[in-house]
Design a protein around this ligand. Structure first.
Ligand code: G6P
Length: 370
């Protein structure tokens, strides 16, 4: 049994460690040798269709939905097209405004999620072009979509998704850059700069994995708590949401993700002495604001761990209890690194509590009912 887990105790831990390879495989052959252009020959969408896109709707469930939140930031900032995110089970029932100039992107690891498939059909019924980002080539969603961008994460067995999520982020980054190229919203120099940063990600993930013992110690500490909060701004908030889901799924510790600036509008009432709060603080542009939010938490006795870049560690240590540093990348790419720390945190918390990490109670890997 450990052989099929590649020597790891659980599939989840194996899959967390497979992320550097999943990033490399998902990028492989998808840029020119000079690293100045994204090439996606599999796409049937014409340049004219791409130039005519008026809006994008990203629809998915669970972890794939959270990848879509990161995708939105990438597409909006690089290609300047308005993007909406929808939970697949909600999408059809809100009568979404879809036109033939809408690009619907469905995201699904398995390609079999019933609600996501229904959303794809809703897009089609309204004349939209549908692009699927999926990990399974022959899946129902891949077969019905107009275009498919495959993530090359390899089979994912653990119910809690890890490498599929991060590969979806890589796919979104490639696709957003491709849109930017075709629509002329970024210079070749800027695109080359982002592609270079993307190519450093696998090695940077490896360096996070080497420090997993620090995370394990903290996980054992939080495993004694009943409630926990994740905070962040911008893409850090997107990562906070996925981090919180990961923890709930496998450790059964109750946790909530909050946009750091929103906490004071209600949820701050739940912060009392010793409540663990994990602040994702990687976005320089809003770092000062996040630090003010951290201080609000500290003033109520919350115990704060910050996840940030090395250069901010000393500064942050003035306001928080502990820091985990992640390697430096472009702000829009940090989710591909910061999430690895919180995946490990969820894993080790579940392990400390003696739960079935790979097969959490009540959950299925793929949900084929609506
Ligand atoms: C299930 C899984 C989640 C997953 C979601 C969507 O709930 O337990 O981990 O994120 O389905 O799955 P999909 O295959 O569509 O990405």
């Amino acid at each position: 049994v450990t052989a099929e887990k590649g020597g790891y105790e659980h599939f989840m831990l194996k899959e967390i460690h497979e992320q550097p390879k999943a990033y490399r495989d998902t990028m492989l052959g998808r840029m020119n040798p000079e690293g100045t252009k994204v090439i996606l020959p599999e796409l049937k969408m014409t340049e004219e269709q791409i130039k005519n896109i008026k809006n994008v709707q990203i629809v998915a469930c669970g972890t794939a939905y959270h990848a879509g939140l990161v995708g939105r930031n990438l597409i909006e900032s690089l290609a300047r097209i308005p993007v909406e995110n929808d939970i697949a089970s909600e999408y059809r029932y809100r009568s979404p405004i879809v036109t033939p100039e809408t690009l619907v992107i469905v995201v699904s690891q398995s390609g079999e999620t019933a609600d996501t498939l229904a959303a794809l059909r809703e897009g089609h019924a309204n004349g939209a072009h549908v692009l699927a980002i999926t990990n399974v080539v022959g899946s129902s969603i891949a077969r019905e979509a107009d275009d498919v961008l495959v993530t090359l994460a390899g089979p994912e067995i653990a119910v809690a998704s890890t490498k599929a999520y991060t590969s979806q982020i890589i796919a979104f980054a490639l696709f957003a850059l491709y849109l930017a190229e075709v629509r002329g919203t970024q210079s070749e120099k800027e695109i080359a700069h982002i592609l270079a940063a993307m190519q450093s990600l696998p090695e940077q993930v490896e360096s996070i994995l080497e420090k997993k013992d620090d995370i394990k110690a903290y996980a054992e500490h939080i495993s004694k708590h009943e409630h926990l909060f994740y905070l962040g701004r911008g893409v850090d908030y997107a990562v906070a949401q996925e981090s919180s889901l990961k923890l709930k799924e496998i450790s059964y510790i109750h946790s909530e993700a909050y946009a750091a600036g929103e906490l004071k509008h209600g949820t701050l009432a739940l912060i009392e002495e010793g409540v663990p709060v994990i602040a994702l603080a990687t976005q320089e542009a809003v770092l000062e604001k996040t630090v003010s939010n951290i201080k609000e938490v500290k003033a109520r006795g919350g115990e704060v761990l910050a996840i940030t870049h090395q250069e901010h560690v000393n500064d942050l240590l003035k306001s928080v209890d502990r820091v985990i540093a992640i390697p430096k990348t472009l702000p829009m790419l940090t989710p591909a690194l910061s999430i690895v720390t919180t995946q490990l945190l969820a894993y080790y918390a579940s392990l400390a509590l003696g739960h079935d990490v790979d097969k959490p109670r009540n959950l299925a890997k793929s949900v084929t009912v609506e």
